[in-house]
Design a protein around this ligand. Structure first.
Ligand SMILES: C[S@@+](CC[C@H](N)C(=O)[O-])C[C@H]1O[C@@H](n2cnc3c(N)ncnc32)[C@H](O)[C@@H]1O
Length: 220
């Protein structure tokens, strides 16, 4: 998604206490950012922060690191997190944001980080042949995630895109993940199972257009 440059972003991010400025310096030591023993989860391509802000406030016993490469997006995520936490009168201490290209994620996490879960919500579909490698669910990416996900760690993946979903099923299978949950109509599945779901900005946009949301949960 293209987003216009915002004047306030640089200044606000500079002052933001929960933006991790030099993420490479924390490789193998992310636990010290949160200073607790609670599980650490990642959200890859967090966009405007609708998911992360709600997840964080609803799951205070878990830590979440929200990553995006677009500064303007991260600025909006920062504001959304602040708003959500202040409405709940809650200190921001179980969530942080990181400006980084996820294609190089191996430079900021390793096996000592013991990441327990990854959320990938509506990543770019990259439909054209040679660009598919850039998908955040591509086998090349999944191999990177395996380096810091714990055994039994999970990836939750949602998308509107049929082809991306089908091909991602292959990526997960060929990299040794086991798909333990899968649906081609998440919202119907949720109403039948009373499973929890935080609707992201893109999820709302696509489901408002009548597009069914595809979802899978894969375990390492
Ligand atoms: C389609 S948006 C989805 C945003 C949000 N997850 C949602 O569901 O509304 C994809 C997001 O992933 C980010 N993104 C795409 N490729 C990325 C990469 N290689 N590294 C970091 N962020 C990336 C984009 O900047 C954008 O914010």
């Amino acid at each position: 998604m293209r987003i216009r440059k915002k004047k306030w972003v640089d200044e606000e991010l500079e002052k933001c206490g929960f933006l991790i400025k030099n993420p490479e310096e924390h490789i193998g030591n992310w636990k010290s950012i949160f200073n607790n023993e609670k599980p650490i989860y990642l959200e890859l391509g967090c966009g405007k922060g609708g998911f992360g802000s709600k997840f964080g406030i609803q799951n205070l016993d878990e830590n979440l690191i929200c990553i995006d490469e677009a500064k303007a997006m991260l600025g909006l995520a920062k504001r959304k997190i602040e708003k959500e936490y202040s409405e709940h009168n809650q200190e921001i201490n179980n969530i942080c944001i990181v400006l980084y290209d996820i294609e190089r994620i191996f430079q900021i996490f390793n096996e000592n980080d013991k990441i327990e879960r990854i959320y990938i919500n509506f990543c770019n579909p990259w439909p054209r042949g040679k660009h598919k490698k850039r998908r955040l669910t591509h086998s090349r990416q999944l191999e990177q995630y395996k380096k810091f996900l714990v055994q039994g760690g999970e990836i939750f993946f949602k998308t509107d895109d049929d082809e991306l979903f089908e091909e991602s099923l292959d990526y997960f299978n060929e990299t040794g993940f086991k798909i333990i949950e899968k649906t081609y109509d998440l919202h119907n599945y949720i109403s039948e199972t009373s499973r929890e779901n935080i609707v992201t900005e893109h999820e709302k946009m696509f489901s408002d257009q009548g597009i069914k949301i595809k979802f899978l949960r894969a375990v390492l």
